[in-house]
Design a protein around this ligand. Sequence first.
Ligand code: GDP
Ligand code: MG
Length: 748
Amino acid sequence: MKNFVLAGNPNCGKTTLFNSLTGSTAYVGNWPGVTVDKKEGIYKKFDEPINIMDLPGIYSLSPYTPEEVVARNYIINENVDCIINIVDVTNLERNLYLTTQLMEIDVPIVIALNMMDVFRKNGSDINIDKLSQRIGLPIVEISALKEENIDELMKVAIEESKHDRKGVTIFQGTNLRHLVKDCTTAFKGIGVANPLFHAIKLIELDELETKDHPQLVGIVKAFKETYSDETFGNDLEAVVADSRYKYITENLSVLKQSGNSIVNKDNKSDRIDNVLTNKWAGIPIFLLIMFLIFHLTFSTNFLFLGGLFKNVKPSFEGSAFEGLLWTSDGINSIGVIFTNLVTSITNLLSDLVSEAFSSSPSWVSGLVVNGILGGVFSVLSFLPQILCLFLLFSILEDSGYMSRIAFILDKIFRKFGLSGRAFMPMIMGFGCSVPAMINTRTLADEKERTVTIRVIPFFSCGAKLPILTAIAGGIMSITNIKNADIITYSMYIIGVITAIVSVLLMRNTTMKGDIPPFIMELPSYHIPQFKSLMIHLWDKAKHFIKKAFSVILASTIIVWVLTHFSFDYQFLSDQNMDQSILASIGKLLQPLFTPLGFGSQLSSYGWVFVVAAITGLIAKENVVATFGSLAACIAGTMIDVEATGGDVIAVKAMISATNISVGGLLAFIVFNMTTIPCIASVATAKAETLKGKFKWTLLFWLITSYIVSSMVYLIYEFHFTILIFEAIIALIVIAIIIHNKKEKEKIK
Ligand code: GDP
Ligand code: MG
């Protein structure tokens, strides 16, 4: 079977094209050894089926990112019959930069000029024949999104794949041409395939190339000594890159004509940017958008219409939708409505199951109804809100807004010692820390990377959301705060502030380093594609549900068993849970948490908080799952709380059983948010951070969470303690300033 690859910049439409070419045959895996997606599928439109490989999105074939290395090795070393180079015509210069490198390889190439639909709509035009002639490669204009000209593209690619092709280069007309020729001859001499490609990489003194062919480095070194370019001196890598860009702007991109200004897409993007990335309004708008997202997801007083709603409400009273769509506080947001739906379904199931088990021994029904269903259902009931939040974030990302934010924040980030690039992984942290930590590979400075990875867990992930929502609900039930979204939003903000302060501290003490410049091309705004949003969403849901029925299910069973057996293997009823194995462990550790408000000051069952936090080290969903299964048991032993599973009710049961204060509850949220993350994130952090720093990273999480949550508790309960904390912080800052000054003097 013939093997074609799709190569192109990130966001040029590769995945869109891949999906329409391969349909349901696609197979997603991982490249061996690195966490880069590997996608393969089969194109079956014509007689001969063709294997299609979606390479990772790349800007060049340098050895700097795992994506670049993967793509380069695949094209050079595997049997590729044709490269389909996707070029986003609306970003022509940048995209052709990769093309000028691909064309040096001895493999047939077709250029798929993508996004022609938007380009044409703007009234822009491009001289395809001239472009094709100057690059020496066939070009097919397509729209991956509208599936226009796709089969035509494949026809041309199949035709090309029948003939051999020799690489060509744009260095013919430059003063590097003799060196290129010499190096190419040398590679031919030692019988290396793709001599032209290797020759130019050698001239760049590319890391992989010089390692593979040290005997040839001399040719370039000798040239380098005599050669000096007026702009770049003898930095050959920069000279090569510059020549490519010069060639593109002088010979290729001039063939493009921008459309009239009224419908020009880039102008439209610019006009949106005038508002969204405005110097003054940019950040307030960003915070407002974030708040709206939380409001849509969590609020039980949508748009603060509660007061207005009270006047008309009597006419709705008692209708079937009461509770689902609104409560006495106001109208529910979308997130809450879906949560209510799911909760009523799971409650119904719980009731059915508990009836079915009513005649079986008490430990069986206890394990099944309270232990398993109580735990798993209390986690599942948060799925709607997690998906809602995730969907809204994906829309921001797909539309191109997130890159703008990275751009606006770059200036501020620099003050803290990070580059704007660190923003994307942080935002991804709101979804899941694992991919977020992996995404830090875009950061060039190793210390900056380690610092970013350490603070990523403070950007509260989807799995921590249940803790927030459940406890916010509990807090609402004992205070007169009526807006869950305000509690969750402020908890997220505390996480972000903790991250900022930690970054500042680390970059000024143990993790000093330069910040590399931040260069980034802003993509034009896109209207997010419904299909791709849904695919993301389904991936997320699948992952969450899988986790609920594997890791979390297993943990709830273990927790239930450990709380219903004593050290001498006696089965304990719910009333005697206090004498269980887990209770003893929890009680042992409990005093440690007294400064955090959920330690020894709590009455009986206070150990459940400690136990829940510990189970959270496996997966953060476990915290609420543990509440779910244990609170159902506790509620059964008390008279004043309704004994059902579910989320908020479990927390209410815990509150009345332990008399925990609001400050303690808030501190508990913050502790779980900032302490050692789940096992998967810990393993990722270990793999991705600087060697030898891992134990410090663990210690950093423990200490930070302890300090921040005790601050939250103490300041909330005893306002005067804010003065003490302020004094301590001032002392630390002064100490650092003095220390840094001394160091500078030493260097002088
Ligand atoms: P990848 O990063 O190269 O895999 O790019 P994607 O396939 O994810 O596409 C990036 C964005 O460009 C998505 O929002 C697509 O909907 C959009 N897109 C892709 N091809 C076209 C096209 O031909 N026309 C238009 N208007 N948008 C496109
Ligand atoms: Mg893609």
